[in-house]
Design a protein around this ligand. Sequence first.
Ligand SMILES: [Zn+2]
Length: 389
Amino acid sequence: MDATLKEQICNLISDEYKKLKQSSKPVIRSNGKKEWTVLASIVKWDNKTNETRILSLSTGVKALPDETLQRSSGKMVHDCHAEILAIRGFNSVILQHMGFLKEGKSSDLIEEKEGKYTWKENNKLVLYISRMPCGDASMDSLEESEDTNENFQIADDADQQYINDDIKTTIRGRLNFSKKGIVRTKPGRIDSNITLSKSCSDKLCVKQLSSILNSLTFGLFNEPVYLDYLLIPMLKESDLRGLKRCFTTRLVCHNNEGKESDDFPLHPFVIESTDQCFIDDKKSAAEDPSAMSSVKLYFSSSDTIEQAILNGVRNGFYTKGNKRLRKNCEAIVSRYFQWTLFQTLFPSHEKSYLAHKAAQKARNELISKARVRLSPDGWIHTLPDDCVL
Ligand SMILES: [Zn+2]
């Protein structure tokens, strides 16, 4: 990717971030403390015309504790880290474009032939993230940074780092950060209720095999759609080392002859850096992470929808404790919203979201392969979060 193109993409994202509503962004709190967040975006680049267009833009650094999923019924977004929201947003855009084609409108992303969809091959996909993804990829730079909190420095065999004592290949958050190449849950305060959501490093890693299509869109395509580029500002040597280990070394399997295994179809991202920084990035340890997340979908350059998300639901719709969730609390990237849209477009499928997900054999097989490689001792699952319409 040449420097001009990178600049074009970064300017596009930065301009669109500035246009987000003030209520979607970090604020300066009444005590004067400045908040920070992470920005992510999926941009398509047409490699024939060199045109670029944003498909989804998102901000966020929060994940819900696992126990909150009990009342979700697909309406709460468990993982609101920006890059995960951007990918969820991409899938909402894809479903919407399938709807456009059904209405006889055109799509700049996909084509339909005999009931299956094909990604337009000139469209390359770039995932921009304003910071290194949490989890394994960022452990090298964490080790070198001033952020290194002694709370994370524990004995190599300390039990508190494990969620399940039988699974030593998955660690809680940033604990024992010098241990490399393993699965981690989303970082969080050690005294907070645990989230079992996996780090962005691990989730992105799996998507190099399973693609960025989700359980609803995957089966509708002739071929999966993969991310081509990962674009992150100001990458240092330690970042590049972490990214290489996280996204390549720990996944590559060699067979008995020392050759790469054929049944592990890895689609590695090309890693790119830029010197353009994000204006609301964390600039000092005194700043606090913003509780607000946001997502904006771009069905076209002029047809967009934006929502702020707080505690996993649309801002203004949250109810405390175990109370029932409010009507219309679900965000445009939630399971419930996507499942509703999917059922409207393709009504003949399974009636429950999780039943449909379980039936996606080809995708599930790819995910299982990746998980075995990433955490050989076993995979720690989050609570089931189903929805039936
Ligand atoms: Zn993350």
